[in-house]
Design a protein around this ligand. Structure first.
Ligand code: FE
Ligand code: FE
Ligand code: ZN
Length: 279
């Protein structure tokens, strides 16, 4: 079994540089924050930098890459000014990503704070409707969340409810984060087939476009969201390999967000590739 796997990289050296870094650690996809996740200045990539990355990805048969929206945004914020800023930022990111073939844009559906889940779902869907109209082709992914605080998107039903309120959902997909769904109470490592059947029943597996592959520092249903290195947490190495070998998962871009530097990521990529090679 051949999989497409990579990890989270820093955008600070530019776009082509991320492609080169990915190659150097045996990756054929990667993820990056479109901007400093803690806010601050933003430098748009040049057309030349993007063209070089596109060429590198084509030459090396990369899977679609994942751009991650800054997690400081809140698509369902109660404050209209914060929500307008969130929309403008996401729309601007999508305009850039429209120049990268098959790029995926992953975002956290947000925290409703004290508005309640229903209002949160409405507002996040409204944000999606706005940003989809202001961009042309990039697929936007709702990330499954752990259910920390007032996060929405902690159940497959909540994710489905957001999608159902989008006018044109043809560009909406889902990114399943293995640590998050485990922390949300889905036994993804013990029973990956059962959890993915449930995903299919509630959302539809055709919506699943990417995987965030992480172990978890906390037990099933902890609602914590603390990522762990592969094999060092509650999902276990066996559990992780079972997930990756699922016939649907194994065909998707898989991205590590484990607490690692580059050498650690390289080891995890090699470990997982080796484990599924003979399958
Ligand atoms: Fe995320
Ligand atoms: Fe994630
Ligand atoms: Zn997380």
């Amino acid at each position: 079994m051949n999989i497409k796997i990579g990890c989270h990289l820093s955008v600070s050296g530019g776009y082509e540089n991320m492609g080169k870094t990915a190659l150097s650690i045996g990756a054929d996809t990667f993820q990056f924050f479109t901007r400093n996740p803690r806010g601050g200045s933003f430098k748009a990539p040049t057309d030349e930098d993007i063209a070089k990355l596109n060429a590198l990805m084509a030459e090396n048969s990369f899977a679609p890459i994942i751009a991650h929206a800054p997690y400081t945004l809140n698509p369902c914020a109660a404050d209209d000014a914060i929500r307008a800023y969130t929309k403008d930022t996401m729309a601007a990111d999508l305009k850039i990503l429209d120049n990268i073939p098959n790029a995926l844009y992953n975002f956290h559906p947000g925290c409703h704070v004290s508005q309640g889940v229903e209002v949160g779902i409405e507002k996040t869907a409204d944000t999606l409707n706005d940003i989809l109209k202001r961009s042309s082709r990039t697929i936007v992914l709702i990330e499954t969340m752990a259910g920390k605080g007032s996060e929405i998107g902690k159940t497959f039903e909540e994710v489905r409810a957001i999608i159902d309120r989008v006018d044109d959902s043809s560009r909406v997909g889902v990114c399943l984060d293995t640590c998050h769904v485990h922390d949300a109470g889905y036994d993804i490592s013990g029973d990956p087939y059962g959890v993915l059947d449930e995903f299919n029943r509630v959302i539809g597996l055709y919506r699943l476009r990417a995987i965030h592959l992480n172990d978890s520092k906390n037990p099933l249903g902890a609602h914590k969201d603390r990522h762990e290195k592969i094999g060092d947490g509650y999902l276990t190495l066996d559990g992780i390999i079972k997930i990756v070998s699922h016939p649907v998962v194994s065909k998707l871009p898989i991205c590590l967000e484990t607490p690692n530097e580059l050498d650690g990521y390289a080891r995890e990529i090699a470990l997982i590739r080796d484990a599924v090679k003979s399958l």
